[in-house]
Write a protein that binds this ligand. Structure first.
Ligand code: MG
Ligand code: MG
Length: 274
């Protein structure tokens, strides 16, 4: 399993990325106050299976000491950073809902996440979304064959820490291909021009996880649910990106989602890619 993907594999990953983007948009249609999070999970699973694909997270094992992940989506509300279980929780006005989705199609994986607003957010939660999305976009612009993994991590860390936000370090982005989580790791911290050199054909999931308060996290007794240690809200945006000679190609998209619901973040600058 090489970190450098040949063009025919990148083409398959593009299809996985498009399906995961469409699935998140299908979920977006059902996000509203009063909605149970398990309904969102059912919507996503049915949508993925109706496209001859499989949910990638359901049954996913990280170790023999932890039960497999039970659901199609990770649904992480407010202080939950990532890996929240869909269930009986009912969404409320003002909730911040991070939805992470993985699909398996034609032997390859797609993986993307989006933090939604349920109704109106407080200005602090909106600020968090804006900073996290901007951090992702800045990290993506660093994903060139001239760059390093440190450049990607620094882009996230620098942008968020300047704003007093907590950059979660315990969880990182990753390579993606015929496995969901491949080498290399893609940390949200680093030093410019340090770390692994990026190469044309790398396909990376870049996924800043940012807290409004402390960067520290704790894990619930279920072994999966990761929360901010101080209970502050958390946001998570994730794109699949291919490093190409012409610059980063973002394989996933939020365009489908944002045809359905308004973005919870402000677009302060327009960035264009490869
Ligand atoms: Mg993900
Ligand atoms: Mg991921």
């Amino acid at each position: 399993m090489s970190m450098i993907k040949p063009p025919h594999e990148i083409a398959l990953l593009r299809e996985c990325a498009d399906l995961v983007a469409q699935t998140l948009a299908e979920v977006a249609r059902h996000i509203s106050p009063g909605q149970q999070t398990r309904v969102l999970d059912q919507v996503a699973e049915e949508f993925i299976r109706s496209h001859d694909a499989e949910p990638a997270f359901k049954g996913y094992c990280v170790s023999s000491s932890l039960p497999p992940f039970p659901s199609t989506l990770c649904i992480s509300v407010n202080d939950v950073v990532v890996h929240g279980f869909p269930g009986s929780y009912v969404l409320c006005e003002g909730d911040l809902v991070s939805v992470d989705c993985g699909v398996y199609l034609n032997g390859f994986f797609g993986d993307s996440a989006y933090t939604f607003a349920v109704g109106e957010l407080t200005s602090e939660k909106a600020r968090l979304c804006t900073a996290t999305h901007e951090a992702l976009m800045r990290a993506i612009t660093a994903a060139t064959p001239q760059g390093t993994m440190g450049d990607i991590g620094f882009a996230v860390q620098d942008h968020c820490q300047k704003q007093g936000l907590g950059v979660v370090r315990e969880l990182v982005g990753h390579g993606i291909g015929s496995r969901l989580h491949e080498s290399p790791q893609v940390p949200n911290f680093g030093k410019p021009r340090r770390g692994r050199r990026l190469r044309t054909g790398m396909t990376l999931c870049i996924e800043p996880m940012i807290n409004l308060g402390t960067s520290k996290v704790r894990i619930d007794s279920d072994g999966w649910t990761v929360r901010s240690a101080d209970g502050s809200p958390s946001a998570h945006y994730e794109h699949m990106v291919c490093v190409t000679a012409g610059g980063p190609e973002v394989l996933t998209t939020y365009e489908y989602i944002e045809e359905i619901v308004p973005a919870p973040y402000e677009r302060i600058q327009t960035l264009t890619y490869g």
